[in-house]
Design a protein around this ligand. Structure first.
Ligand code: ADP
Ligand code: MG
Length: 254
C-alpha cells in the first residue's frame, strides 16, 4: 500500500525533524507509529498525505510516486483523523461526516445517507446526534464523529494522529476495541500515531518506534518487546512492564 524510501524532513537548514526513514505498510495492516512528543510522528503522517513535502527520499503509494498524484483527489482519497479532531463548529455532525462526499459532488440526500451509515458504524445514533453541532457532544462522541468522517471518505488508507489521546481511559479502551472491529469489517489499512505504549500494544499489527526523528525499530509486538534493536526501545518497554510487575506484587500482598 505504502512505502517510505529514505524519507527525511527538515524545517530549518540542517535541523532534521525526520532522519532517513524507510518503512512499508502492507494492505490491511495497522501500523502504529510510537514516539514521545516532538519525535516527528505528526510530521510523518503529514508527509503521507502531502500536507508536507519530504526534504529528500521518496514515498510510493499504491505503486506510484506520491508526488505524481493530483493533490486534491489524493487528499480526499486518504482518511485523516486529526490530533485535535478538527470538526467544523458551525456545521452539524451529519454535515461534518459527509464533508468529503459533499465536496465530491454527492447530493444532499446522498450525504444524509452516508452520514447515517457512518455515524451508526461508530455507534452514534444518527437521529439523536446527526443534527447537533459538535460542541453539543462529549469529547469521546466528537472523536467518534472524527472517525466517522474519515471512514465516510471510503478511503482504504486511514491516517490517525493520536485520535484518542485526549480521552479518559475507559472511553479510549472502547474506541480502541471498536477501531479493531471496524478495521476487520471494512478491511482498512491504518497508520496510527500514539505516544501510549499500551495503546500501541493493543492495536498494532506492527509497531514503528520513532525517537527524536530517528526510526529505532519496526517490528511485531513480540519482536519489539523481546528483541529490542536499541537501548532506547528496550528501556521504553521495560519501564511500563516493570511497573506492572511491581503493581501485581503489591496486590498479591493483600
Ligand atoms: P510529534 O507529532 O511526534 O509530537 P512533530 O512531528 O509535530 O512531533 O514535530 C517534530 C519536530 O518538528 C519538532 O521538533 C517540531 O518542533 C518540528 N516541527 C514540526 N512542524 C514544524 C514546522 N511547521 N516548522 C518548524 N518545525 C516544525
Ligand atoms: Mg503530533
Amino acid at each position: 500500500m505504502l512505502q517510505l524510501q529514505s524519507v527525511t524532513k527538515s524545517f530549518l537548514a540542517d535541523n532534521y525533524a525526520l532522519h532517513p526513514i524507510s518503512l512499508e505498510v502492507a494492505d490491511n495492516e495497522l501500523l502504529v507509529i510510537l514516539g514521545s512528543s516532538g519525535s516527528g510522528k505528526s510530521t510523518l503522517l503529514k508527509l503521507i498525505n502531502r500536507l508536507l513535502l519530504p526534504s529528500s527520499g521518496k514515498i510510493i503509494y499504491k505503486q506510484r510516486d506520491l508526488s505524481s498524484y493530483e493533490l486534491v483527489p489524493l487528499r480526499r482519497s486518504i482518511g485523516y483523523v486529526f490530533q485535535n479532531i478538527g470538526l467544523l463548529p458551525h456545521q452539524s455532525v451529519a454535515e461534518n461526516v459527509s464533508t468529503v462526499p459533499h465536496l465530491q459532488g454527492a447530493t444532499t440526500q446522498e450525504c444524509e445517507k452516508i452520514a447515517e451509515k457512518y455515524l451508526a458504524m461508530v455507534n452514534l445514533d444518527p437521529d439523536e446526534y446527526g443534527h447537533r453541532r459538535p460542541d453539543e457532544l462529549s469529547g469521546g462522541q466528537q472523536q467518534r464523529v472524527g472517525v466517522a468522517r474519515a471512514l465516510a471518505t471510503e478511503a482504504d488508507l486511514l491516517l490517525m494522529d493520536e485520535p484518542f489521546g485526549a480521552l479518559d481511559s475507559i472511553t479510549r479502551d472502547q474506541l480502541q476495541q471498536e477501531l479493531l472491529k471496524l478495521k476487520q469489517q471494512l478491511g482498512k489499512t491504518i497508520v496510527f500515531v500514539t505516544h501510549d505504549i499500551f495503546e500501541a500494544l493493543t492495536l498494532a499489527d506492527r509497531i514503528a518506534v520513532l525517537h527524536q526523528g530517528q526510526l529505532h525499530q519496526v517490528g511485531s509486538k513480540h519482536d519489539i518487546v523481546n528483541q529490542p534493536a536499541t537501548d532506547f526501545v528496550r528501556d521504553l518497554f521495560n519501564k511500563p512492564l516493570q511497573q506492572l510487575t511491581s503493581l501485581s506484587i503489591h496486590t498479591d500482598d493483600h
